[in-house]
Design a protein around this ligand. Sequence first.
Ligand SMILES: Cc1cc2nc3c(=O)[nH]c(=O)nc-3n(C[C@H](O)[C@H](O)[C@H](O)COP(=O)(O)OP(=O)(O)OC[C@H]3O[C@@H](n4cnc5c(N)ncnc54)[C@H](O)[C@@H]3O)c2cc1C
Length: 445
Amino acid sequence: MDAQSEVLIENLVTYAVLFLLAIIIVIKYIKSKRQSSAITREKINKAKATGIFEPVSLHPSIDPDSCIGSGACIAACPEKDILGIAGGKATTINASRCVGHGACFHACPVQAISLVIGTEKRGVELPHVNEKFMTNVPGVYIAGELGGMGLIKNAVEQGKQAVENIASSLSKKSGAQYDLIIIGAGPAGIAASLSAKKLGISSVCLEQDSIGGTVFTFPRAKLVMTSPMDLPLYGKVKFVETNKQQILELWNDVITKNSIDIKEYNKVTSVQKSENIFQVETSAGVYTSEAILLAIGRRGSPRKLGVPGENLPKVYYRLLEPELIKEQDILVVGGGDSAVESAMMLADENNRVKLSYRADSFSRIKSKNLELLEEYNKSGKIDVILKSNVKEIKEKSVLIEIDNEIAEINNDLVYVFAGGELPNQFLEKIGINITKKYGEVILKH
Ligand SMILES: Cc1cc2nc3c(=O)[nH]c(=O)nc-3n(C[C@H](O)[C@H](O)[C@H](O)COP(=O)(O)OP(=O)(O)OC[C@H]3O[C@@H](n4cnc5c(N)ncnc54)[C@H](O)[C@@H]3O)c2cc1C
């Protein structure tokens, strides 16, 4: 064999080896894609079986014709298993767990994602608002998540825009206490209050809980994803990835510096109109105004027990940071997953926990929670008291009725999880029309 043929054969062998390697890589790639598709499909089937596949609120909708399966949306989503890849395209998995913060929407390199509310199967009820954010009740406006648009940035933007529209419609001659009453101090209500101050509108913001709205309830360690936004009387907020503490500090700072009137722990119970003035009834008194902005989000109001002592500062309706609560006598009230999960979290922190439920069994909770609760009860980590009703809450104890007898138990903290009043019920009482949305696009490129 001459030298030229030797080189040729050598080259052929090299090419053959490279070709084989390329084939192996392609086969491996296809195999891994198939595997991950199978995993995603399995997760979807499980989500369907457990009822968490169908979204309940704002969620991504992927256009399969545009999706290139880059996975950028999955990487951007801060929650787990909301999205996955099947058949080379992105798809939703546990869509009902989506909180609608839309990181996927911005991350998609080919703009294949839109944010949608409701699905063909599962409608979502939303109040009707016009392009000026006004409802069918003249003088009552809506901004933020209540109108269907989630995310902090959108709520801020809508709060601002709604007040700009309200400003141009005010007579300022109604004789009411305020030009505008803003209900809810989440991002929409805060931005609206700042906007009102900037535009010289007299306003008060009434909040049933604490400043910050849903953001206040985020876990301390949660990564908050947002986009740069304009906050009235502050300017550009440049956060993209931040945490709850940083946002709350900024809001509280701008609220204090501008003497914004936000009344916390002031739940609005009714809004009525008489002679062009709104009467707003709250847990702390009645206020009047010419216009109303509802910025109450979609979480609703926790249901209260209605017993003496319930307004003591040791009574809570949500559990924010269980890791900070130790060695306390705690009563958790309720029979749903939130009550049971909270009781278990508190018991894990070395607290002495009693769980009171008025029924004779926990029929509404997930089977996994039921199993765990039985273990906690058996091991004495939680004292489960069925068929019981709280009668009175005192500084250091609680009176509780068990089998028609009243017992007094030691108590430092009470957590009530007795369900809640949905915002729609509140809106209906005001006379606001509500329609069901079956997959309406809220945000698209
Ligand atoms: C777990 C979770 C994670 C999220 N993560 C992000 C994220 O990373 N980035 C992002 O941009 N968005 C995120 N969001 C969404 C974001 O929190 C909401 O879109 C935003 O807070 C909506 O603002 P809002 O002002 O419309 O309503 P809310 O923030 O819900 O505020 C409404 C306020 O109204 C008050 N209220 C209700 N009823 C009454 C009443 N009758 N009287 C007085 N006050 C009342 C409530 O107490 C509440 O304070 C997340 C949501 C959740 C649930």
